[in-house]
Every structure is written in C-alpha cells, then in structure tokens.
Write a protein that binds this ligand. Structure first.
Ligand SMILES: Cc1cc2nc3c(=O)[nH]c(=O)nc-3n(C[C@H](O)[C@H](O)[C@H](O)COP(=O)(O)OP(=O)(O)OC[C@H]3O[C@@H](n4cnc5c(N)ncnc54)[C@H](O)[C@@H]3O)c2cc1C
Length: 459
C-alpha cells in the first residue's frame, strides 16, 4: 500500500488486507500468532523517525523486529505497529580498520558472510538466521565468547533513533550513558539502525563433537567441569554440552539416533595443530560412543544447526547461571534429561569465563560476567498438541535445578512468565538502567522487551 499514510516514510507499509501480511507477521517462535494493525519496513533511519512519530500520534503500541528470534515474542504485537528492520541489513567491512558497520536488521549470517570474506569475525551467536540486533543488545554469547568476549565487547558505536525521534550516535565518547545501556539493556532505549563493531582475525575452528548415552553423562559433565574450572584453561577452549536425544548427524551411528544422552561440542579457536592435540586428549579422556574431531571453516560451523532450529518451531525457554556444575545440579539435570521427549528439546551447559570475565563489571550493562556456566533449557517442538507436555518439561526442569543456580538470568534466553523478571535480567545494573531509560524513553514506548521502567515511574 502507499506509504503516504505515514508522513515522510519511504519504506514499505503492510496492512492486514495485503497478501504479504500473513507472512510478514510471522516470527521464529510459532507460539506467537499475533495480528498487528500495521507492519512497516523502513529503509533509512529517517523512516524509523517517521514510523515512531506516526505510532505515537496514533497511540499505537510499538514492536521492534530485528531477526524475529525473540522467544517470548517481543517483536510482534496485536493491534499495534511492527517496525520491521529487515531492509536495514547492509553490512560493510573496512579491511583497513578491521571494523564492520551492520544494519539494525541484519542477520548473523549477513555479518558472517561479509566478514569472513576478509578472514575476520564478529563474536556472536551460533545460528545464522538470528538477528544481530536483538542478540547484541542483550549481550551476545557464542562460540568465540571466551576468546574475544561477548558481542557487546566488540561494539564500538551505534546509531539510535530515540523515542523522541532524535537520531543519535552512541559510543564511549558520545552519549556514553546510552552506549553503556545498549550494551546489555536489550531493546529498551531506542531503535538501533546501525551498529559499528571491531572485528577479529579467525577463519577456522577445531571441533570435537561427542555423544555418550545418559548412563555416562555424569562422567562427561565432570570432565567439562574440570577442564573449565582450571584457572589455566585457555581462552581458545570452549565447552558446551547438550543433554538431549542424539540427532542424526553424519558421525552418529544410526543405532544411536534418538537415544537419550549427552552431546558435547568442544571447540578450539586458536592454532589448529595445538587444538588438535588438546582436543584429542579430551576425546581420549571422554572415550565417547561416537565422535568427530576435525578442522572446519568458521562459516560452516555457524550454519551447522540452522535447520535443526528452523523457523516455525515452537519454543518455551528457561535459563540461569551457575557458579559450578555441582553434584546437586548434575543429579537434578540427569534426572530430568531422562524424561525429555521432543527430539529438538535440550538442556545446554555453556562454559563462560575467559575474555567475558576480564571486562570490568561496570563497563557494560551486562551484569553477570563472573558466572562460570550458563544453563539453558529450551524446550523446542513442532506440534501445538505437544505444547503442554513440553512447557511442563522445561518448567519442571528449571524448578529442579533452580536451587543450584546463582543469581540472574541472561536477557536473551528468557521467556515471559513469573520467574522471568527484568530484575532477574539486569540485576545490580537496574537502577542505572532506569535512570538512562528516563532520559531516552521517559514514556516507555519501547516496552515490548524485558522491560526497564523509567526512573520515577512505578516498577
Ligand atoms: C534459534 C535461536 C538461536 C539463538 N542463538 C543464540 C546465541 O547463540 N547466542 C545468544 O546470545 N542468543 C541466541 N539466541 C537468542 C537471541 O539472541 C534473542 O532471541 C535475540 O533477542 C534475537 O534477536 P532478533 O533480532 O533475532 O530478535 P527480535 O525478536 O527481532 O528482537 C528481540 C528483541 O530485541 C529488540 N530489537 C531487535 N533488534 C533491534 C534493534 N535493531 N534496535 C532496537 N531493538 C531491537 C526487539 O524489539 C525485541 O525486544 C537465539 C535464539 C534463537 C531463537
């Protein structure tokens, strides 16, 4: 339809009567079937200014959509307006400065493809159809986090359209309070139309993938705990274990596919020869039922689970941090893993530390840098008929492990039920975030997120 309905807007406007409407309102998590009054796709920052002005004048609730991967469905709403950033997906890489400018609606795959052409990387997430925008604003964990830090630790500046329709640059030098808040405070402070990142050199990884049946999972968890608790554990080493049913990957013997157990991905992001020898030793210690040790291109790894976590799945997520993979936590996890049903659901144990923990606590709004493990419990399934069963499994698992978790929740791995509060997501940074929110969004128009209420307003 003509965009003249929004003064000054040059992008695309989609209304419920348009043929493209149903496809345009879909987000990754099929649990959220919502019908906005209007979907707009800006082409420039000025279009975002126009869309915000229009929404405010009409009193419309605003949802901002980057890659659409919000598990609680924050990027789509009923009756309001969706500002869909997908046309702002340009990625430019400067080989001289080793910096990338990334559009606010770019996907991780857009970033990876452009940066890898020059042998450079942005440390970010592990599924290429995830939005770089939402992932960055929440912190950004992924396979290079122990080596290069969270995604926000590579963020240099951002162009932001505020609630008042100003286009601002935020960096350590300019609007430093806003920049600090963008680094972990989620989508609370405005629409980021462009990010500027520092890049790092890397084009391949050494990976060890293993599977053990559930009876042997305790041994695997204990091995991961030992390796990553060692103060000398190199930043290049990353350990992730998944309690799940064995999936159909090329190295898995057909007889094991579907069996309950633990899959681990131990990755090395440094010198390949050294990595091969470190990972071969870990494989010998683990003595897995099935395994694969290889050197792979970074781009290959970044797309390897794209299909497993394809659009259109249904998800319910619970997560928390742990200081240690204690015996109590392991007992609870192993007990719950036995009752897992969906072939996509899993409990993920992600080792943190390394470069993440060396950034000063107050440097960014991400408050949980000293946590050692992130315990992520995403139930994921295909059919609506399984909703009750899968939600009960994830919430029951979370209840069982909660006594063994440390404080806080990772804002990007949260749902929206009673356990999932903004206080949990932002911890001790909350009061400072509320003060920044009062400056840049005093009327809380950006509230479809893990919401920070402006200082001076009731929480
Ligand atoms: C399959 C899958 C894999 C994932 N893997 C990882 C991972 O490896 N590491 C990790 O850290 N997280 C991961 N996540 C979580 C992911 O980081 C969050 O869901 C994140 O919010 C997704 O960002 P998005 O832009 O795709 O989502 P959206 O749903 O579009 O947005 C999520 C939130 O961010 C806001 N937002 C998005 N873009 C902007 C912008 N440019 N300006 C202002 N606000 C914006 C939205 O308003 C919304 O509140 C994964 C999620 C999924 C579903």
């Amino acid at each position: 339809m003509p965009s003249s309905i929004i003064p000054g807007f040059t992008g695309t406007v989609i209304r419920p009567e348009d043929t493209s409407y149903d496809a345009a309102r879909v987000i990754w998590n099929a649990m959220h079937d919502r019908r906005p009054a209007l979907i707009v796709r800006p082409q420039t920052a000025q279009d975002v200014v126009a869309a915000i002005g229009y929404a405010r004048a009409q009193g419309l609730l605003i949802a901002v959509r980057g890659g659409g991967h919000s598990m609680p469905g924050h990027s789509v709403c009923n009756d309001g307006i969706v500002i869909d950033l997908r046309a702002l997906n340009r990625v430019r890489v400067d080989p001289q400065t080793r910096r990338a400018t990334v559009g606010g609606g770019a996907l991780l795959g857009d970033v990876d493809r452009a940066t890898q052409e020059l042998g450079l990387v942005l440390p970010a997430g592990v599924v290429s159809h995830t939005g770089a925008g939402g992932l960055t604003l929440g912190g950004g964990v992924g396979r290079l986090m122990r080596r290069f830090g969270l995604t926000i630790d590579s963020l240099l500046s951002a162009e932001v359209v505020t609630a008042g329709g100003e286009v601002l640059r935020a960096s350590a030098e300019e609007n430093a309070d806003l920049f600090w808040a963008l680094c972990g405070g989620g989508g609370n402070f405005g629409v980021v139309t462009e990010f500027e990142f520092a890049l790092h050199e890397l084009s391949e990884l050494v990976i060890l993938a293993t599977f053990h049946p559930l009876e042997e999972a305790r041994k695997v968890i204990e091995c991961g705990r030992r390796e990553m608790a060692d103060p000398a554990a190199p930043d290049e080493l990353l350990w992730t274990s998944f309690l799940r049913r064995a999936n159909d990957v090329p190295w898995m013997p057909p007889g094991l596919v579907g069996r309950h157990g633990i899959m681990s991905l131990v990755e090395w992001s440094g010198d390949p020869e050294q990595g091969r020898s470190v990972l071969a030793k870990i494989r010998d210690d683990l003595n897995p039922a099935a395994s694969d040790l290889s050197v792979v291109p970074f781009l290959f790894m970044q797309t390897i689970t794209d299909d497993l976590f394809a659009h259109g799945l249904r998800t319910y997520i619970k997560a928390g941090f742990a200081d240690d993979l204690s015996t109590g936590l392991t007992d609870a996890l192993l007990d719950r893993a036995a009752s897992l049903q969906s072939p996509v659901s899993q409990v993920e144990l992600l080792a943190l530390g390394g470069a993440i923990a060396r950034v000063p606590a107050d440097a960014t709004a991400f408050p949980f840098r000293q946590a050692r493990w992130l315990i992520n419990i995403p139930a994921t399934w295909r059919e609506a008929a399984d909703d009750e069963r899968e939600i009960a499994w994830a919430s029951g698992t979370y209840a069982a492990v909660k006594p063994f978790l440390s404080e806080g929740q990772y804002v990007n791995f949260m749902g929206d039920d009673e356990d999932d509060t903004a206080a949990g997501a932002y911890g001790r940074t909350m009061e400072r975030l509320r003060a920044v929110k009062a400056v840049y969004d005093p009327d809380n128009i950006f509230r479809l997120n893990q919401n920070i209420t402006p200082a001076g307003r009731p929480t």
